[in-house]
Ligand binder design. Structure first.
Ligand code: GLU
Length: 334
């Protein structure tokens, strides 16, 4: 029996666009992300009224490839204001899948709350055969409305899985099971609104985070440079010239880079930039001082973070310090 609406938890849906709101013209392969308003999506899932009293705010209407610092700062402020509203039980944020892991990790580091904050997306447009958005949205609202979810940081719900912001990565361009927990496992499962929660995360997040974007109108620029066989130094030099305050190397293997690039990265550190070595492999830990002498060269090892998440943490870290050892400690902490 559905609960009566007077006892339903209040959940706010902050909409940003993405495929979950995407429309496809007939059987064409292409589609336009963010073509639907969130209200049309909610109307397609009438069962949501059995889970929560939903109110909706459209924060952006973009494909998440266009997500940027300005929208992140606005979204963080709106998320914080929402969780600070005593009557609200939790927040759902609809988002494109392309950069969902970055937005989730950013919010995981800057929003102060123990309430559920759940990002949701879809791989198939709303008009596709067997669209995955409606069930993902239903499951996301079920997770956000559930008090037992508290204290787990920002989550991503898709394909019946609940992921931690820190762990989740988009690993496939088209398949419904694109989201994977590349290191420490799932936050849980959700089957048609029924939750199976696993252990909470051990790394610091949300209410326990030292980062704040209050009063910031921009974030320190951090560029990612992708390593490859035959890598030169030119792109690292270009990042320095472009005004980056930090560089993340998507290194080969254990965060390695070819000798000319290594020399350029060491020069960047001497010029005052922070350089993080991450890995392009999609998994595994980048440790300090294995093949690269981080202690001598002043580099930071990304630990378990992929390049795009290392970029988020480095940018926030640079709002507090430029000291490589203090920044390194953050990579071991968050
Ligand atoms: N590129 C679009 C986005 O990230 C569509 C992909 C998706 O949402 O799955 O918003």
């Amino acid at each position: 029996m559905p609960a009566s609406s007077s006892v339903l938890p209040s959940v706010r849906l902050l909409a940003t666009g993405g495929t979950i709101a995407g429309a496809q013209a007939n059987h064409a392969r292409g589609y336009k992300a963010a073509a639907f308003s969130i209200n049309a999506l909610i109307a397609a899932v009438p069962q949501l009224t059995e889970l929560a009293a939903l109110d909706v705010e459209q924060v952006a209407a973009i494909g998440s490839q266009d997500m940027d610092d300005a929208i992140w700062l606005r979204l963080a402020a709106r998320t914080q204001a929402t969780v600070d509203t005593p009557t609200i039980a939790g927040v759902v944020i609809s988002h494109g899948t392309d950069t969902m892991e970055e937005t989730a990790f950013f919010l995981n580091l800057v929003v102060r709350t123990s309430k559920p904050v759940v990002l949701v997306g879809a791989m198939r447009p709303a008009t596709a055969i067997s669209a995955d958005g409606p069930m993902n949205l239903y499951n996301a609202v079920a997770v956000a409305a559930q008090p037992a979810v508290s204290g787990r940081g920002v989550l991503v719900v898709a394909n019946d899985e609940i992921h931690f912001a820190r762990e989740v990565a988009k690993t496939n361009t088209t398949q419904l099971g694109t989201f994977r927990a590349t290191h420490r496992g799932l936050a849980g499962l959700v089957h048609a609104g029924r939750l199976h929660l696993y252990a909470p995360p051990v790394r610091r997040h949300t209410s326990d985070s030292e980062f704040s974007v209050d009063g910031l109108s921009s974030l320190p620029r951090v560029d990612i440079v992708y390593a490859h066989a035959g890598m030169g130094r030119e792109l690292i030099d270009a990042a320095v010239r472009a005004g980056a305050r930090g560089i993340v190397i998507a290194g080969v293997g254990d965060g390695n880079l070819a000798a000319p690039a290594l020399a350029a990265a060491a020069e960047a550190v001497r010029a005052g930039l922070a350089v993080v070595r991450s890995s392009r492999t999609g998994g595994g830990v980048v440790e300090r001082n294995i093949e690269v002498d981080d202690d001598t060269l002043g580099f930071i090892a990304a630990d378990e973070l992929n390049p795009q998440k290392a970029r988020v943490l480095l940018s926030l870290g640079l709002t507090r310090t430029r000291d490589p050892l203090a920044l390194q400690e953050m990579f071991f902490t968050y």
